[in-house]
Design a protein around this ligand. Structure first.
Ligand SMILES: *[C@@H]1O[C@H](CO)[C@@H](O)[C@H](O)[C@H]1NC(C)=O
Ligand SMILES: *[C@@H]1O[C@H](CO)[C@@H](O)[C@H](O)[C@H]1NC(C)=O
Ligand SMILES: *[C@@H]1O[C@H](CO)[C@@H](O)[C@H](O)[C@H]1NC(C)=O
Ligand SMILES: *[C@@H]1O[C@H](CO)[C@@H](O)[C@H](O)[C@H]1NC(C)=O
Ligand SMILES: *[C@@H]1O[C@H](CO)[C@@H](O)[C@H](O)[C@H]1NC(C)=O
Ligand SMILES: *[C@@H]1O[C@H](CO)[C@@H](O)[C@H](O)[C@H]1NC(C)=O
Ligand SMILES: *[C@@H]1O[C@H](CO)[C@@H](O)[C@H](O)[C@H]1NC(C)=O
Length: 522
């Protein structure tokens, strides 16, 4: 699964939107969630429809998922509670049974008079949403799943080496020859358009969630999209190898990718072997093409939306985040934000839920916000000038040093509003093994907690008790510190570099005070 995020830059905009703000009734909500879409630079691919949405709204370039794995990420963002509050780090528990009867975003809108719909992959299907995508709590209608979803693991990819149909990672297809003569996201799009048409004359507002399955693996998409990404133009990864000084506990051995037929054949040694360059390029090409395919579907979907009456949220379980609403002026925000912020922000944009309290992981109330409402902060956050593209100054960039030690001074705003994001990821062991990417709860022994500020990413891998859900900060399995001002791709762990000692100490303290307020006194 995909862990990071940052999104590239845009373009220009139409400032006149706000003059069309609707006065009567509530705005509709269109909630678009794309599976595993991450930071894609224009150098690699142009997602023109997504760029258009970003240019028309408030685009958060540094939005972070709370755990970069489908079920925990989706349950977290849809309830606005962190994985530690839901006690879900794998796929195998339903929060209403194990953690608390927490209200979800769609449930909240439903209870406020909206007609709510789920299409495609919104909740992760299966046990983590009680095998019903949390119906009936969240949805007015039984969630829609495309028929062709049943071919998800089927051998339908024409393989050039075996000349047979295989279950491959790289899988451009001719849609006409696919079982069911369609693909899940094409079916969901048709269904979404029908709902939008149906609701045209209906004064009751809707909350329509559309979950696209791609570009999650397998990379199965209409072959014609390969033409948009010629292989000769695909850039290889800049740092194909492990970051320098990275602790082994941090290594993600991509077990799922290795299990696909085309990749299995390459006999890449486990766990540290790297992808042959030729295959890196092929995989990247297909990932970009699959993203272009979804971008095209989003373009069609948006052409059916009445933007004067609708709030649009575009996000992924693992990255981009854009809000478009009639009263929002377009802007780009670089301050790190979290996907748990979506719930309070959407409620704010819809003028609902003004009195909902803030809370932490011990809080079992049905409705409280662990994230923050980004709406009042949108104006205050650091932005770029639309015309010159110049960033406003970032405080952390002006480095100052301790006169005596020559260390970098930690410029952290302890008391002010949060300007950082926190994420977590579990591990079963210190050394990578087959289940390191997706350990089950009972296998988890270590939790990696990360804090991302504008400039740094700091991670502590600490001992985690999977029965009491407690953390032992005295037992550390690895530490990481990356300085994005000089190393945006995180190729070099600076944890041991002495001039960063004060930064490391400050970030560690800040992280602990947010993860575990009780234990952070020393
Ligand atoms: C994307 O668009 C930009 C600007 O038009 C262009 O320079 C770039 O080559 C395009 N990227 C690709 C992969 O085609
Ligand atoms: C959970 O919350 C829902 C909605 O408020 C309520 O109808 C239901 O009775 C609650 N269930 C439990 C077990 O408290
Ligand atoms: C979960 O599903 C089971 C079986 O269908 C059902 O009995 C139970 O009420 C559901 N739980 C909730 C909280 O809706
Ligand atoms: C909506 O109302 C308009 C005008 O009354 C009508 O022409 C149109 O057919 C209606 N559409 C639907 C989907 O009912
Ligand atoms: C992978 O291993 C199998 C069985 O040992 C062998 O037949 C095959 O040639 C190997 N493939 C590559 C690409 O090395
Ligand atoms: C996690 O659970 C398993 C099975 O119950 C247990 O063997 C293991 O010791 C637990 N780990 C911790 C840190 O408690
Ligand atoms: C985990 O917590 C449980 C319950 O508090 C305790 O019984 C157990 O000994 C702990 N496990 C470890 C490995 O510390």
């Amino acid at each position: 699964m995909i862990v990071k995020s940052t999104f590239f830059l845009l373009l220009f905009t139409q400032q006149t939107r706000s003059t069309f703000a609707r006065t009567e009734g509530n705005h509709n909500v269109l909630f678009i969630i794309v599976d595993d879409l991450r930071h894609l630079s224009e150098e690699n691919v142009n997602l023109t429809n997504i760029q258009k949405i970003r240019a028309g709204g408030v685009s958060f370039e540094h939005a972070y998922a709370q755990q970069a794995l489908c079920a925990p990420s989706r349950n977290s963002l849809l309830t606005g509670r962190r994985p530690d509050s839901l006690r879900l780090y794998d796929f195998y528990s339903y929060w209403r049974d194990t953690a608390g009867n927490f209200t979800t975003i769609p449930q909240f809108f439903k209870e406020n008079g909206y007609e709510t719909y789920s299409l495609g992959k919104v909740f992760h299907p299966g046990q983590s949403s009680n095998y019903t995508d949390d119906y009936p709590h969240s949805w007015s209608h039984y969630p829609y799943h495309p028929q062709t979803e049943i071919y998800k693991y089927a051998a339908v990819c024409k393989d050039y080496f075996t000349n047979k149909l295989e279950s491959n990672l790289v899988c451009p297809v001719n849609v006409k020859h696919q079982p069911g003569h369609s693909l899940p996201d094409l079916e969901s799009l048709d269904y979404a358009i029908n709902i939008l048409k149906e609701r045209l004359n209906n004064s009751k507002p809707y909350f329509l969630a559309v979950g696209f399955h791609k570009p999650h693996i397998p990379l199965k998409f209409p072959r014609k999209f390969l033409r948009k990404v010629p292989i000769g133009k695909v850039q290889p990864p800049r740092y194909p190898n492990m970051p320098k000084e990275m602790p082994l506990v941090a290594w993600h051995p991509w077990t799922d990718i290795r299990s696909r037929n085309d990749i299995k054949r390459l006999n890449i040694s486990f766990p540290m072997g790297t992808m042959p360059k030729k295959w890196s390029l092929k995989i990247r090409q297909s990932y970009f093409a699959a993203a272009t395919y979804i971008d095209a579907l989003i373009g069609v979907l948006m052409s059916h939306v009445n933007m004067r009456k609708t709030i649009v949220v575009l996000t992924s379980d693992h990255v981009p985040l854009v809000f478009v609403a009639p009263e929002l002026s377009p802007r780009i925000v670089h301050t790190p934000v979290e996907l748990v912020d979506i719930f309070p922000t959407l409620a704010g944009l819809a003028n609902l839920g003004q009195n909902i309290p803030k809370c932490n992981k011990e809080d079992k109330r049905q409705l409280c916000f662990e994230g923050k409402n980004l709406k009042p902060r949108m104006e205050r956050y650091e932005t770029r000038n639309y015309f010159t593209n110049n960033p406003e100054p970032i405080m952390e960039k002006y480095e100052t040093r301790n006169y005596f030690t020559n260390n970098l001074r930690p410029r952290m705003a302890y008391k002010t509003a949060k300007h950082f994001a926190i994420s977590q990821y579990p591990r079963p062991s210190k050394y990578p093994q087959r289940n390191s990417d997706k350990p089950r709860l009972k296998q988890i022994k270590i939790m990696g907690y990360s804090i991302r500020t504008k400039r740094y990413r700091y991670t502590a891998w600490v001992s985690f008790n999977n029965t009491s859900f407690t953390i032992n900060w005295n037992k550390i399995y690895g530490l990481e510190l990356y300085d994005h001002s000089i190393d945006p791709e995180e190729s070099n762990n600076l944890y041991l570099v002495s001039k960063y000692k004060d930064i490391h100490r400050a970030l560690s303290k800040l992280l602990r005070s947010h993860i575990d307020p009780k234990s952070s006194t020393n």
